[in-house]
Design a protein around this ligand. Sequence first.
Ligand SMILES: Nc1nc2c(c(=O)[nH]1)N[C@@H](CN(C=O)c1ccc(C(=O)N[C@@H](CCC(=O)O)C(=O)O)cc1)CN2
Length: 303
Amino acid sequence: MTTTTETAATRIDGKVIGGEIRERIAREVAALQADHGVTPGLAVVLVGGDEASQVYVSHKRKASLAAGMESFEHYLDEDTSADELLALIDKLNRDPAVNGILVQLPLPAQISEDAVLAAIDPDKDVDGFHEVNTGRLWNGGSPPVPCTALGCVLLLQHTLGNDLAGRHAVIVGRSNIVGKPLANLLLRENCTVTVAHSKTRDLPGLCRQADILVAAVGRPKFVQGDWIKPGATVIDVGINRLEANADGKRRLVGDVNYAAAAEVAGAITPVPGGVGPMTIACLLHNTVRAACQQKGLPLPADD
Ligand SMILES: Nc1nc2c(c(=O)[nH]1)N[C@@H](CN(C=O)c1ccc(C(=O)N[C@@H](CCC(=O)O)C(=O)O)cc1)CN2
C-alpha cells in the first residue's frame, strides 16, 4: 500500500510510487547491461546558478546513478552564450554514449529556450519538449512524454485505477511543460478535459466541477478548499519556495492550500513528496526507452 490516510483525503505518496518506478527501471537497466552490454546515458545541462535548478539537477544525477545509468553533467556559467550552449548540444547529439539530453529550464534571458530545445536530437529528447515530439504526441504517436505530465497520469492511475474514462479533469495552467501535454494525455485516457488559465471566468466554480483537479500555476496556495468538489482527486504540480522560517529553513508549498483541500478532496498529492519525485522517475523511464530505440532493442514492458 503506497498511500496513507491523514485527514479526510488519502495522501498520494509520490515518493513511494516514484520509488517503485525507479526500482523497476533499475531492473531494466541491469537487464540491458547483462543481455546487450548497453548502459543508458543521460546528459543534463545546467546553465547558471539558479538554486532550485541546482537541486533538481542534483536529484537527477543521484537518481540516474542509483538506477545504474551513466550520468553526464555539464555546468555552464550564467553568461554562457547561445552559440556555446548550441555547440555543446551538437556534441551531445553526436555522442553515442549519450542516449538522453536534458537542458534544465529556465535558461538565462540571453538564450532562446525555443532555439535550444529545437537543437536537441528528437530521439534524445527525454524531456519530450522538442516540437517534433510534441507534434507526435498530438498526432497520437508515442514519443517521449514530458516527465511531469506523465508523472501526474501515473499518480492518477495509481489512485483511481487504470480507467479514468469519463471523468472531468480540470487543469489549471497551460504551460508547454505541464498543462498542454497533460491535457493531451488525459484526453487519451478518455477524460473530459478543461484547461483553465488566468483569463478563465469563475475559476472556483469551474474547479468545483472537476473530478480530477490539477493545479499547475506556480502561485502558492492558489487553489482553495472551497474550490474542490467533495471526493475529487487533487494533483498539485506547484513547487513554490517561500521565505525562510525563523529556523532559517526555506519552505516549499504547492499551488493548493493543502490543509483546506484535504478536508474536502478524496485524494491529494502533498508538496514536497507528490508530483516532484514522479518527474525524476519518468525522466529515467524516458531515458531507458530512448536508449533501447537508439540501439534497436525492444522496449521493456511497463510493469
Ligand atoms: N528541462 C526541464 N526543466 C524543468 C523541468 C523539466 O521537467 N525539464 N521541470 C521543472 C523542475 N523539475 C525538473 O527538472 C523538477 C521539479 C521538482 C522536483 C522534485 O523532486 N521536487 C521535490 C522537492 C525538491 C526540493 O527540495 O526542491 C518534491 O516535490 O518533493 C524534481 C524535478 C522545471 N524545469
